[in-house]
Ligand binder design. Sequence first.
Ligand code: HPA
Ligand code: ZN
Length: 331
Amino acid sequence: MTTPLPKAELHLHIEGTLEPELALALAARNGIDLPYGSADDLRAAYSFRDLQSFLDLYYALMAVLRTEQDFTDLAEAYLARARRQGVRHAEIFFDPQAHTARGVDLRTVVEGLGRALDSAEQRHGITTRLILCFLRDLSAEDALETLESARPYFGTLITAVGLDSAEVGNPPSKFQEVFALAREAGLHLVAHAGEEGPPEYVWEALDLLRVERIDHGIRSLEDERLVERLRRERVPLTVCPLSNVRLRCVDRLEDHPLPRMLEAGLLVTVNSDDPSYFGGYVEDNFRALTAALGLDEEQRRTLAANSFHASFLDDKQRAAYLAEVEAHRFG
Ligand code: HPA
Ligand SMILES: [Zn+2]
């Protein structure tokens, strides 16, 4: 097998890496009844009409995650797979409110994930960051309480905040206050925008939340002025091609706007989003794009280099990874 291109993954929901086999094993370990008898039954349920139909299953399956060990096992399984996909650095989202709402403490979640991430560099050769995401379909007050309860982990385990879940009807403006507080606390800021929602949400994420990256952002192409702004300010976009097709934001991979985004001079990266649900991890996304759109080696190398430019790594570590990308030989 050829060595995969070295890359950073910047848009990955750890709960979206829950593979059917692990979900069933954790359900058995925790005495939880799932309405699916086998991994194949579960996989058969992975057919989505839109973002909401995915989110319904994504939140329901989280019921199997209960103990610190469950979160460690989840992250450990991702890291082992990610390394085989060429991932050298991962900035990982998690959804604390989806766990605290069902009675699992924030401490259990963060420390469970932290145990896997703390040893990720020694065990898997992957550097990591953790990004706390607010669920935008919950209230601004709930987000504020979540931020406050996570303060003990700021600057150590948690270095950024993000915004995810049901986009349409939940604009970034709703979360202006909590993002301002996160910024004052020295955290990095990102937000999902322009996945299903309109370009206006991307403007709001930039102007009102002051985010440093836009997650997805594919609908930005509908607004020329926005494209110009993103290009001029080199705002990274963490694009997730297989996700966009599975959630029907894009009809077919052959129609994916990624080549147009590259041509427009945008700082685009390729990511897997929720790989267990969307049919592939990050190198699988690169391969699918190459097959469907004929991405050439230079484009793939640019995308990998972009992922390190768009990361929150320090300059020295970034330069070391960029040298690996430069030295990569396609097999
Ligand atoms: O693709 C996504 N969009 C919004 N929220 C999410 N939560 C997990 N995945 C996603
Ligand atoms: Zn996402």
